[in-house]
Ligand binder design. Structure first.
Ligand code: ZN
Length: 266
């Protein structure tokens, strides 16, 4: 995995001065530092399907349901539905062209290019909204929140993990793990890694979940993970707590009781 930090892409939208739907967004990519202009009305066209949209000279391609636009050092990728969502956000936070003195053309970029998910693109002047873990994961999967909650549950928590975009767990003891990736959401079985204390969680047996899948496909991906994980649960013989196989001292003893009852020191 690259150690280069992911570029932060910020779009600031300007409404066209004519009575059409033209709208422009000035693109700033921080970190490497790059500026350009994205015609929002053409982005809308690109989402609608036709090829040959000039897009102010920005390199782009559409493959099936995926659209990729290269904004200097950031290769922004996502599903059409996610790009449409971005267009909506840009059109609901417009400023006037009076404030846009020029629409800078994107300078050619020779440096390294990193992948950025369209869901991670920021929109300037957008009111900040706190996101729950379920909202973050639903956005990564490209599902609306209600559908995500019906299929994958509501109460998730962020934990230390290996996912560059975060690692999340569901259930106590943890029964499912999830990590946002560029193409959607990977779910799998959590495994706690211990040193002298809990260090982080790994995600095993990964499956990709996206909003394009049917409810049945998502359930078929999740069900065997839950079944196997739950089969491994036992109860502590001293305190009765339910224990996952990666979070117990012995088959029938939790770490706490191992210390209190058996004098085990970690
Ligand atoms: Zn116990």
């Amino acid at each position: 995995m690259s150690t280069r930090p992911t570029p932060v892409v910020v779009l600031e939208s300007f409404r066209g001065e004519y009575a059409d739907r033209s709208a422009w967004a000035v693109v700033r990519v921080d970190g490497p530092g790059w500026i350009g202009t994205l015609p929002v009305h053409e982005l809308e066209l690109l989402c609608a399907g036709p090829d040959g949209v000039p897009l102010h000279g920005l390199p782009h391609r559409r493959e099936g349901d995926h659209v990729e636009i290269t904004l200097g050092p950031a290769r922004v990728r996502g599903r059409v539905a996610e790009w449409r969502d971005l267009v909506e956000r840009l059109l609901t936070t417009p400023r006037t062209t009076g404030e846009l003195l020029e629409s800078p053309s994107g300078r050619p970029w020779d440096g390294p290019v990193s992948d950025v998910r369209v869901a991670d693109v920021r929109v300037a002047h957008e009111p900040a909204r706190p996101e729950t873990p379920a909202e973050v994961l639903a956005a990564a999967a490209g599902m609306d929140l209600d559908r995500f909650i019906e299929l994958l549950g509501d109460v998730w928590r962020a934990v230390p993990g290996e996912g560059p975009l975060g690692t999340y767990l569901w259930g106590e003891p943890a029964q499912l793990a999830a990590e946002p990736v560029l193409d959607g959401l990977e779910i799998g079985t959590p495994r706690a890694r211990w040193t002298t204390h809990l260090s982080h969680y790994e995600v095993l047996d990964r499956r990709l979940v996206t909003g394009d899948q049917t409810d049945e496909e998502v359930r078929d991906a999740v069900a065997p993970l839950l079944r196997r994980r739950r089969r491994g649960f036992r109860w502590c013989r001293y305190c009765g707590q339910m224990l996952a196989p990666d979070a117990r001292f012995a088959r029938d003893t939790c770490y706490g009781c191992a210390t209190a009852r058996l004098g085990v020191v970690y």
